[in-house]
Design a protein around this ligand. Structure first.
Ligand SMILES: Cc1cc2nc3c(=O)[nH]c(=O)nc-3n(C[C@H](O)[C@H](O)[C@H](O)COP(=O)(O)OP(=O)(O)OC[C@H]3O[C@@H](n4cnc5c(N)ncnc54)[C@H](O)[C@@H]3O)c2cc1C
Length: 439
């Protein structure tokens, strides 16, 4: 029996997946989590009269999320994953048009029905077909799309999404490999977990506890340092404990703060990574907002909506799970200096609600039952050109310290599926290093 003592920082889907693999290999695993719940960014919340939880930041799976689906299989809960068929729409000339299938793209009026539609289709097809993303990463989305799809197609279809996700500051610098990955991996059918993502996180944590994993909620780690004799000392709430290996699943900035003994080049690499924050207002309504039953509204900044995406969650899963209430999200990716990161929930609600009349003219603020505001500083890594050269190694230069975060899953866009993949990769390296040294 392998009796290595391993610490994992973070009980998000990454941390829990690594714990699953390491515990099954016989390691003694401790998971430190600063929050009072498991699930990290994919966690949810629940009112007493709701059967299901609502994700704080809208979440769904794609039918192509193989790593996540395999994990659900291993946990024996694959049958709890539901794949409804919700509708994503695009804004054009004051109206919304479904835009999430080839047929819808053909019918969408925004590009006309001539050469631009053909260029849009050809470029989309090429990106879906090719697996060769490396040559793409040396171009920005802006330069590559302008050249191959053309100015009209890029400015109409893709630029609003890139500006929405990365802001004016980074929009012209993002690598084309990111866009390739986004188009490659997404599917029309979207998945969720019966009971909500939090139900899955709670089940996963319980399953781990049943295997002897010590998940310590409300236990923020303040630092860890290598010991002269090998191994690591992890500090939390003034208490120190030693481990053979440590895996951090936090943001790069936090890792740099917690492990200042890392060599300067690795630390500089961590600190030079860019990311965006996210802000999401969840609102419970007395009535359905989208009369057409649309789920996801893409709202280019140029349309004047004060947020990027409107998501009617209960056009994806039934309002019956929420006591008949209709749940919407109003979300945006922002730098943390943006005023929406400082404004109160009341101020933001006053700013956001009037725009709901553009979705449904009958909307009135009296429809609102309740609202919840969530913000997180580390939400969306920004992959610049040639980003593959800047990805910090999972195996850090300090023996026994590993790092697995959203910033390292490139070219893929961050997602729970890739949190699972990179965590499994990290756990594999930790086990391999144990056998190298002790085998
Ligand atoms: C707005 C938004 C929408 C998204 N939509 C989707 C989607 O539709 N589908 C999808 O699959 N993914 C989506 N994602 C991405 C997904 O949530 C993440 O990729 C995934 O949850 C990352 O998991 P993780 O375990 O790597 O990190 P996290 O979930 O961030 O987990 C890290 C954990 O570490 C803990 N921690 C931090 N510091 C400390 C410390 N000092 N001590 C102890 N613990 C600490 C944190 O509390 C957290 O629980 C979305 C993300 C955002 C922001």
């Amino acid at each position: 029996m392998n009796e290595r003592k391993v610490a994992i920082i973070g009980a998000g889907f990454g941390g829990m997946t690594a714990a699953w693999d390491l515990a099954r290999a016989g390691c003694q695993v401790t998971v430190y989590e600063s929050a009072d719940y498991a699930g990290g960014i994919a966690s949810g919340f629940k009112e007493p009269h709701w059967d299901w939880s609502v994700e704080k930041f809208y979440h769904h799976w794609f039918a192509s999320d193989d790593h996540m689906l395999r994990l659900l299989d291993e946990l024996g809960v694959r049958d709890k994953v539901l794949f409804p068929r919700p509708y994503t729409v695009m804004y054009y000339n004051g109206k919304f048009y479904p835009f999430d299938s080839i047929l819808h793209a053909v019918l969408y009026p925004g590009l006309g029905f001539g050469i631009n539609k053909v260029r849009f289709g050809m470029v989309g097809l090429y990106l879906r077909m090719t697996n060769n993303w490396r040559p793409l990463e040396k171009y920005t989305v802006d330069a590559w799309m302008r050249k191959w799809a053309g100015r009209k197609v890029y400015e109409e279809m893709w630029e609003p999404m890139v500006i929405g996700k990365f802001g004016e500051r980074y929009a012209k610098q993002v690598s084309m490999a990111w866009m390739w990955a986004r188009l490659k991996a997404r599917t029309t059918r979207l998945g969720t977990y019966e009971g909500g993502f939090q139900a899955f996180a709670d089940l996963f944590a319980e399953r781990l506890r049943g295997m002897g994993v010590d998940i310590r909620l409300n236990t923020p780690v303040t630092g860890f340092k290598p010991l002269a004799a090998g191994g690591w000392e992890v500090t939390s709430a003034g208490q120190m404990e030693t481990f053979d290996q440590v895996l951090s699943t936090t943001s790069p900035g936090l890792l740099a703060k917690m492990a200042p003994d890392l060599p300067a080049t690795y630390l500089d690499g961590l600190l030079s990574l860019k990311s965006m924050g996210a802000m999401v207002m969840v609102v419970s309504l007395k009535q359905q907002l989208s009369r057409e039953g649309y789920y996801w509204f893409n709202l280019p900044k140029s349309t004047g909506f004060p947020f990027l995406a409107l998501v009617e969650h209960t056009n994806f899963v039934s309002p019956q799970h929420f006591g008949g209430e209709h749940i919407i999200y109003m979300g945006d990716y922002l730098e943390t200096e943006h005023e929406h990161f400082q404004m109160s929930q009341e101020q933001l609600l006053a700013k956001f609600l009037p725009s709901l009349q553009r979705i449904n003219p009958a909307f009135s603020p009296e429809w609102v039952n309740n609202a919840w505001l969530f913000r997180t500083a580390y939400a969306q890594p920004v992959p610049l050109v040639n980003h593959s050269r800047n990805i910090p190694d999972v195996r850090t230069p300090l023996p026994g310290l590993y790092f697995a975060s959203m910033s390292q899953v490139y070219p893929w866009d961050r997602g729970t599926n890739y949190a699972v993949e990179i965590a499994r990769r990290a756990a594999g390296m930790m086990l391999a290093d144990q056998s190298d040294r002790h085998g």
